[in-house]
Design a protein around this ligand. Structure first.
Ligand SMILES: [Mn+2]
Length: 459
């Protein structure tokens, strides 16, 4: 993407927020255990969207008259010792189509002058504590007052703009998914009894690392898929286990991908695993086939829930009227999370802006268990990129709790659940673009049917 792309995006934003100045803050380095040993740098996604500059310590100010200034730290004569020949602040500004640069040391004074003139300064809510302190310093206020000073007008404008992906953004996402597809190809070939989750996680991520790509988030690689946010790699794979992998590489411009596949360590699903897998696959495909403009993501979620409940009834785990079971939320014992989320520069795109991204104004999250975890409920539009990631899990502690509380006994056959203990979890996740008349799964195909997964695992 070149300077004209970023300039055009800023023009759209300027038109959507016509009055006042707009301040887009870049990220600073984040110390891990002491200042000089930071976490790997990741630029703020809004800053990437409007400027594309992956460099710490910058701020972009769009003044009320439309003039733009990139604020940063001027070159120090010793910088070349540590960084070698490198792009200067002026180089970065030129690449982003920003006409002027200034010392960030003068930003507070400039903001003060603008504010004294009675002009509003719009900025987005901070998601890092350090940002709150920086903003507090810039505006001369208490850090606890920063949240209340953020601009809902700017939040709405950014959400509206970034929700609709441009063609060049889809290219980036498909590039990210393509690398992720290679990660899964190697992983399906490598997963076997005796190897550890850590070994598989290393093999999996290496495919991205050797291409100089980062992960969009910390991957899940586990034989305990029933622990939904399992970040441990401590187990050894055994025949009979299901290995669940949820991961995604970043594109060169830091767009995300987010894919989940579940595979049998032995290379062949048991008949019980296959039964459960086929239900999750049916839910994944039903939601993808139904995804189109005008449909709400809540409807897709409930369609997937219906498919899960219906399939589990066929298997003998659930019973009764499927519509009533889903309305009551009984399926959430097995499918407790939401169907998916927006994806773009962030793996959960723009979640720093809050529920405004996933919920239309005036609509709140449900309080029902399961549906409450649906991050994205709003009506789909062409250009949205969403994940579709239904799953079925046998979570012993949750089953025990529900059974103890005698919950949904008319829909759940608790007496049958002992047979499924130890199965873990199955999730199948794809990244999906909403098109003018339907949807398209992004990236090259990644083995998903029982036959294709088993074939990809064959050695
Ligand atoms: Mn996801």
């Amino acid at each position: 993407m070149d300077a004209s792309t970023y300039a055009a995006r800023r023009n759209v934003l300027r038109t959507a927020v016509p009055k006042g100045a707009i301040l887009i803050m870049g990220n600073a380095e984040a110390p891990k255990n002491y200042v000089e040993n930071p976490y790997p740098f990741r630029q703020d996604s809004h800053f990437l969207y409007y400027g594309g500059i992956s460099q710490a310590g910058l701020a972009l100010l769009i003044e009320a008259d439309g003039s733009e200034v990139l604020y940063g730290t001027p070159e120090h004569r010793d910088d070349v010792i540590w960084f070698g020949p490198h792009a200067t602040l002026d180089d970065h500004a030129a690449a982003a189509g920003i006409a002027a640069t200034a010392d960030i040391g003068g930003l507070a004074d400039r903001l003060g002058t603008i504010g004294d003139g009675g002009v509003a300064i719009h900025f987005l809510p901070p998601y890092r504590a350090e940002r709150s302190f920086v903003l507090a310093g810039l505006f001369g206020i208490d850090p606890r007052e920063v949240e209340a000073r953020t601009s809902i007008e700017l939040v709405r404008a950014v959400n509206a703009q970034r929700s609709i992906k441009e063609a060049a953004e889809i290219v980036e996402i498909e590039d990210a998914v393509a690398v992720t597809a290679r990660m899964y190809e190697v992983t399906m070939r490598s997963a076997e009894a005796g190897r550890t989750e850590a070994e598989i996680a290393a093999i999996h991520q290496a495919v991205a690392v050797v291409r100089d790509r980062r992960q969009a988030f910390e991957p899940i690689v586990t034989v305990c898929g029933d622990v939904l946010h399992n970040t441990s790699f401590a187990n050894t794979l055994e025949d009979g286990d299901l290995l669940l992998v949820d991961s995604g590489a970043e594109s060169p411009l830091h767009y995300a991908s987010d894919i989940t596949r579940t595979m049998p360590v032995s290379g062949k699903f048991t008949s019980q695993q296959r039964d459960i897998y086929e239900v999750v696959l049916a839910a994944n495909e039903a939601a993808i086939n139904a995804a189109r403009p005008g449909v709400t993501n809540r409807e897709l979620h409930l369609l997937a829930a219906h498919t899960v409940a219906s399939g589990l009834k066929d298997i003998g785990v659930m019973k009764g009227n499927v519509d009533k079971a889903v309305a009551a939320g009984a399926h959430a014992l097995f499918f407790p999370h939401g169907l998916g989320h927006m994806m773009g520069l962030d793996v959960h795109d723009m979640e720093d802006l809050g529920d405004i991204v996933g919920y239309p104004e005036g609509e709140e999250r449900s309080t029902q268990f399961g549906l409450a975890y649906l991050r994205m409920a709003r009506k789909l539009e062409p250009g949205f990129v969403i994940t579709i990631e239904p799953g079925i899990y046998f979570i012993a502690a949750l089953i025990e709790r529900w059974q103890g509380e005698k919950l949904h006994r008319s829909f759940i056959r608790y007496d049958k659940l002992d047979d499924f203990c130890g199965l873990g979890g199955v999730r199948i996740e794809d990244d999906v673009l909403i098109t003018e008349d339907g949807s398209r799964v992004l990236g090259p195909g990644i083995p998903k049917t029982v036959d294709d997964v088993e074939a990809a695992m064959a050695r």
